[in-house]
Write a protein that binds this ligand. Sequence first.
Ligand code: TYM
Length: 331
Amino acid sequence: MDTVVSGIRPTGFLHLGNYFGALRNFIKMQNDNNCFFFIADYHSLTTHPTPADLHTNIKNVLIDYLAAGIDPEKSTIYVQSDVPQVCELTTLLSMNVYVGELQRVASFKEKVRRQPNNVNAGLLNYPVLMAADILLHRADKVPVGKDQEQHLEMTRDFAQRFNHIYGVDYFKLPVAYNFGQQLVKIPGLDGSTKMSKSDNEASCIYLSDEPTVIRKKVMKAVSDSGPTEPNQPKAQAIENLFALMAAVSSPETLAFFEEKYNTCQIRYGDMKKQLAEDIVNFTAPIYERIKELRSNDEYINRVARQGAEKARASADQTVGNVREIIGIKHF
Ligand code: TYM
């Protein structure tokens, strides 16, 4: 049985990018793998949330997870900071990670560009903490979106380095996973190539958005004045509408609008209306469960506590083994 680990930062509500990038694959794997899904609250501290926001966001993400179909009876679902063993593993791994390689990471360079006044050490060390999350349970597979590919590559590097330095075959080399398919990147409604809350809140559709909000957002999505000749290449914003449609609509609906586009008969208003309805249909059952779970604090608390216990047991074992390999012994 393979071990699967995946995580999500609690920066607000879950959006369709999170769902199609990471969550959907994870949900599909729950029945026949040993699955760990966690809320990466340590990671989210790099952007300095207020204490009140942090806790609310963690709770919202936990609710969204469960509503989307993560089953706490099948998977271990927990909050990262409930398993502080991950910090010890991060420290131990970081002794063999070089500052230069961390400075070259694409996501770090982007943060330096975007938030030059907050280039904290947590940002630099982000990939080591992420590797520790994954190696903590000795994962084989990590269902993630395209944007996490480089972090996974680094996780493999660190794991391999550890095995090599200590002459062991302890860590497996985990792979970014999407059932043999390319990793996905769900685009934004604003014409950007990635749906992302930190880039532009308006680009996102949340699993917890009300139908009226979804319709409004989709109708406002960026488009253009339409093709002027048959089979014209699509502008990015139009590619995005088709990519979203490919994710939520039937193949027939997608083919219908492709045909309209290729024959210059497309009316984006009609396409957006259809897309909005298909998103609403897709999120409706999740949205209903979110509403139910929001009024069930007792259940949410129990899930978090039980998940933490299971995750700590797995983490204790790994950290114990790693200490032994390194030569840290109790007196
Ligand atoms: P985060 O919180 O940015 O995103 C969580 C997951 O959602 C995926 N994702 C997307 N996939 C496709 N299209 C999009 N537009 C899109 N936006 C987000 C991400 O690829 C990710 O899988 N560093 C991670 C969190 C993390 C983690 C881990 C993940 C920490 N430790 C260990 C896996 C394993 C992050 O920032 O993801």
